[in-house]
Design a protein around this ligand. Structure first.
Ligand SMILES: C[S@@+](CC[C@H](N)C(=O)[O-])C[C@H]1O[C@@H](n2cnc3c(N)ncnc32)[C@H](O)[C@@H]1O
Length: 368
C-alpha cells in the first residue's frame, strides 16, 4: 500500500461520537417549502416523512451533523469541489438596481497544497461514514490535484474499492497551450463503499450503426450464431455500452440552464452519474453544490437529496432553480418532497436573512 503524506497531515482518527454530539442541535431551520392544494392537503410524496435538505454552511459541520441521522444512509455522493486552481471566482451581481462585483467562491488556498489536501482528506473520511452499503462516491477534479486525491481515496476507501476514473472530455472550451497540449478534460474518480454497490448499465448511441457478429452464450462460452448453412449471422447495432470517456460539452451561456455561477456543470453529465450509480428514491448528496445542478438532477430523476454550500449565492441559485422546476411541474400534476433550508445562525447570516436575500430578484453573471 502506498500512502500519501504531507506537511501537517492530521490523521483522521475521527471521534465520531464527539462530532455527533457537538453538532446535533447546531442547525436551525430557515425555511420549509411544501405545497398544498385548495383543500390544504399536501401534494407532495407522503409515502414517508422525507424532506430534502439544503444546508448553508461549511460542509465539515454539515457532515458532522448528518452523522447523527444519516450514518450509512446516503446512496450516492457527488462532489465538484474547488480544483486547487489558485484563483478566486468572481461574479457580477445586479440587485435592486445596484450592480457590484463579488467572489462567488475562492480556490486560492494561499497556493498551499497541504491545506487543500487536508481539507478534502477530512471530508472524504466523513463521506465514508455516511455512504450506505450500496453507495458510490464520485469526486470531480482536474489535472491540478486529481493525482494527490486519488492516493487519499485509495488510503481511505482501499484500492480495491476504486471503480473508475471517468474522463469528461469537453470539446467546446478554449484552452491555451503553447508549451503543453491544450487541456480538454476533467477527471471524475469513482469509489464504492462495499462490493455490493449500485451500478446500472447505460447504453449510448453510436455515431454510425455497426455490423456485429451475432453471438450467444453456450455452456458459459460466447459462440457465434450460424444459419442453417453454417454461415455466421450479422446484426446492425446502433448503440454501445457507455465506457469511461464521456464526450459532453461544457455548459454555454446560451443554455436555458445557465445560471452565471462559475464552473456550473452540464446537467447531462450529472444526470448520467445519477442514473449510473443510483435508483429511484435513493438519497443523493452534494456537499459542494454550487448552483444546485446535481440537486435539480436528483429532483428530475426522482431521487431524494441533500445539498450544501458555504456561499449565499450558491444557496440563492439552488433554491431558485428547485422552486422554478417545481412550479413548472406541479401544474402537470407531479408530486414533490418538501424541502428545508438549514444553517448555523450567526450575526452575519441573521442580517442576510432579515434582508430577505433569498427571495430577492438577483441577476448573476460570471466575470471572465
Ligand atoms: C465548482 S463549484 C460547484 C459547482 C456546481 N457543481 C454547479 O454545477 O454549479 C464549488 C462550490 O464549492 C463550494 N465550497 C467550497 N468550499 C466549501 C466548504 N467548505 N463547504 C461548503 N461548500 C464549499 C463553493 O462555494 C462553490 O459553490
Amino acid at each position: 500500500m502506498v500512502n500519501l503524506s504531507w506537511e501537517k497531515k492530521k490523521i483522521s482518527t475521527i471521534d465520531i461520537e464527539n462530532l455527533k454530539e457537538e453538532f446535533i442541535d447546531k442547525f436551525k431551520l430557515i425555511e420549509e417549502i411544501s405545497y398544498h392544494n385548495k383543500n390544504k392537503d399536501p401534494i407532495y410524496f407522503n409515502d414517508d416523512s422525507w424532506k430534502n435538505l439544503l444546508f448553508w454552511a461549511d460542509n465539515k459541520q454539515v457532515l458532522a451533523f448528518l452523522l447523527n441521522s444519516f450514518e450509512e444512509k446516503i446512496d450516492l455522493i457527488y462532489i465538484d469541489p474547488p480544483f486547487f486552481t489558485g484563483d478566486d471566482f468572481h461574479i457580477k451581481v445586479s440587485m435592486d438596481g445596484n450592480k457590484f462585483e463579488t467572489i462567488a467562491y475562492s480556490d486560492y488556498w494561499n497556493k498551499d497544497l497541504n491545506s487543500y489536501v487536508q481539507m478534502l482528506y477530512e471530508r472524504i473520511s466523513l463521506f465514508k461514514h455516511l455512504l450506505s452499503n450500496k453507495g458510490l462516491l464520485f469526486i470531480h477534479l482536474d489535472w491540478h490535484a486529481v493525482h494527490y486525491i486519488k492516493l487519499i481515496l485509495d488510503e481511505i476507501f482501499g484500492k480495491e474499492r476504486f471503480i473508475n476514473h471517468i474522463i469528461w472530455h469537453y470539446y467546446n472550451k478554449y484552452s491555451a497551450g503553447k508549451r503543453n497540449l491544450p487541456r480538454a478534460h476533467d477527471d471524475i474518480l469513482v469509489y464504492s463503499k462495499t462490493k455490493n454497490y449500485t451500478f446500472n448499465e447505460i447504453r449510448i448511441p453510436r455515431e454510425k450503426p455497426r455490423k456485429q457478429l451475432k453471438r450467444k452464450m453456450v455452456d458459459g462460452v460466447l459462440k457465434n450464431v450460424k444459419d442453417k448453412n453454417g454461415h455466421v449471422i450479422y446484426r446492425l447495432v446502433s448503440d454501445k455500452k457507455l465506457d469511461d470517456v464521456w464526450k459532453i460539452p461544457c455548459l454555454q451561456p446560451a443554455s436555458k440552464q445557465w445560471t452565471g455561477f462559475p464552473n456550473q456543470k452540464h446537467h447531462k453529465l450529472i444526470e448520467r452519474i445519477i442514473n449510473l450509480g443510483s435508483n429511484k428514491k435513493d438519497i443523493i448528496a452534494d456537499f459542494f453544490c454550487g448552483s444546485g445542478t446535481s440537486l435539480l438532477a436528483a429532483e428530475k430523476l426522482d431521487r431524494r437529496w441533500i445539498g450544501c454550500d458555504i456561499s449565499k449565492y450558491a444557496i440563492y441559485l439552488t433554491r431558485k432553480r428547485i422552486l422554478e422546476y417545481h412550479k413548472n411541474f406541479l401544474e402537470k400534476g407531479r408530486k414533490f418532497y418538501p424541502f428545508q433550508i438549514k444553517t448555523i445562525p450567526n450575526k452575519e447570516k441573521d442580517e442576510i436573512l432579515k434582508s430577505g436575500f433569498f427571495s430577492e430578484d438577483l441577476e448573476l453573471k460570471r466575470k471572465k
